[in-house]
Design a protein around this ligand. Structure first.
Ligand SMILES: Cc1cc2nc3c(=O)[nH]c(=O)nc-3n(C[C@H](O)[C@H](O)[C@H](O)COP(=O)(O)OP(=O)(O)OC[C@H]3O[C@@H](n4cnc5c(N)ncnc54)[C@H](O)[C@@H]3O)c2cc1C
Length: 383
């Protein structure tokens, strides 16, 4: 079922193209790639060959400048085949967009756009550290100016895409005494001497690779500072406000897939002499899943439309992140229940979908932190 009834002909074309490649090249191998914990570079390259990589890069920098609403649709559609692949595929150009948005140097913007569009570079964002997760401003990675260079030292943890990345956008302290205002953003290349730690063995989204990033006396030209010194934290917070919509859309795709599979199963599975869907309790459960997914999708599109219009999203971004990710986990869990014991077995797809869904309330700012932000805004804005 195409869930995007309002999609324009162009959006439908993109959706169809993604679907065509994903269903042919990815769907048959998802279970095997999940066991191996592997990002399929060949599928990535087929997507690139079809011109589907870096769609969000603005036209002025050689891309198509696809708006956030369309990106949400595409992330969900690809997420229906595999949430981990959808996240791992799109996040690179989503990350590169930080440079295009916030760099002051036109050459830097052109450079990152070229790296994505022509060289098919993979790009990770490095915020989290072993002792600075939710409290990201408590990071200890430093960038010390030395003549025309910065020298970076520190360890970043849980970095998506790091094992294969060419470019790392690294947050580091340039002034230890200024808290969040002493944090700056740097464009670091793998070839600058970045070391990659061991790949994490994750519960879900296993087609997306994750590892530590170690910076040990990594020297980069001073020109690789992105934007202004001391503004890196603000840039990343503004990036997260937007990227949460597309990332959560990947999870919603998994939830929609779980619902589609559960409906099919409920029509086929016979107990007490009739298909289990004929029990109203079960039919209502399916209806509830459908209703909440539709609500989450509407909220995502509304939020993305606000972002496209440049409307401030300080409360809608964290609210949407929480609602969509909670709906995702809830929906997959309910759909798994419909499979009974078979839902618990690796041989059936629900077990993987459940594992994949579980990340969405955790990363890109945990749901608790999002609620902290929303409650803070309510307190501030209410007399
Ligand atoms: C698969 C995966 C991919 C990731 N990819 C990236 C990436 O690409 N780049 C990157 O920089 N990071 C990445 N992360 C890191 C992720 O963003 C962090 O794990 C997340 O921000 C939480 O930090 P933490 O794990 O240190 O948990 P902690 O901050 O230690 O939190 C632990 C628990 O305490 C709660 N908590 C903490 N403080 C408060 C508070 N004040 N009030 C209420 N509750 C609180 C949290 O909500 C959570 O439930 C990734 C993580 C995972 C698992």
């Amino acid at each position: 079922m195409n869930n995007y009834k309002l999609a324009t002909p162009l959006q439908k074309d993109y959706i169809d193209l993604f679907k065509q490649i994903a269903e042919k090249e990815l769907a048959p191998r998802v279970a095997e790639l999940d066991v191996k914990g592997e990002f399929p570079m060949d599928v990535f390259n087929k997507m690139c060959d079809a011109g589907l990589y870096g769609l969000n890069i603005p036209e002025a920098y050689g891309g198509l400048g696809v708006d956030l609403k369309t990106q949400v649709m595409l992330h969900e559609e690809l997420g229906r085949v595999d949430a981990g692949f959808s996240f791992a595929f799109f996040i690179n150009a989503d990350n590169a967009d930080i440079v295009i948005r916030f760099a002051k140097d036109e050459e830097q913007k052109k450079y990152i756009a070229k790296k994505i569009l022509q060289d098919r570079a993979l790009c990770s964002v490095c915020i989290t550290e072993p002792n600075a997760g939710s409290d990201a401003a408590g990071m200890t990675t430093t960038a010390v100016r030395d003549g025309d260079e910065y020298v970076l030292n520190g360890t970043k943890s849980f970095i998506s895409g790091a094992p294969l990345a060419d470019i790392f956008l690294v947050l580091a302290k340039t002034d230890k005494d200024k808290g969040a205002k002493g944090i700056s953003l740097f464009l670091v290349e793998k070839s600058d001497g970045v070391q990659i730690g061991k790949e994490e063995e994750k519960m879900g989204i296993r087609l997306s690779s994750t590892s530590e990033v170690i910076l040990q006396d990594v020297r980069i030209p001073a020109s690789r500072l992105v934007g202004d010194e001391g503004k890196g934290f603000v840039y990343i917070m503004q990036y997260l406000e937007r990227v949460r919509f597309t990332t959560m859309a990947c999870g919603l795709g998994a939830a929609q897939n779980a619902l589609d599979l559960a409906v099919k199963y409920a029509k086929e599975r016979v107990q007490f002499g009739k298909p289990i869907i004929k029990n109203q309790a079960l039919g209502f459960k399916l209806a509830d899943i459908h209703i909440k997914i539709a609500a989450a999708r509407s909220m995502l599109l509304y939020a993305a439309a606000m972002a496209d219009e440049g409307i401030p999203m300080e409360d809608i971004s964290p609210s949407t992140k929480v609602f969509v990710s909670e709906t995702t986990v809830w929906a997959v869990n309910e759909a798994l229940q419909i499979f009974g014991g078979y839902g618990y077995m690796r041989e059936y797809p629900m077990e993987k979908l459940y594992r994949d869904a579980r990340i969405f309330p955790i990363f890109e700012g945990t749901n608790e932190i999002q609620k902290l932000v929303v409650s803070g805004i309510l307190e501030k804005n209410t007399n």
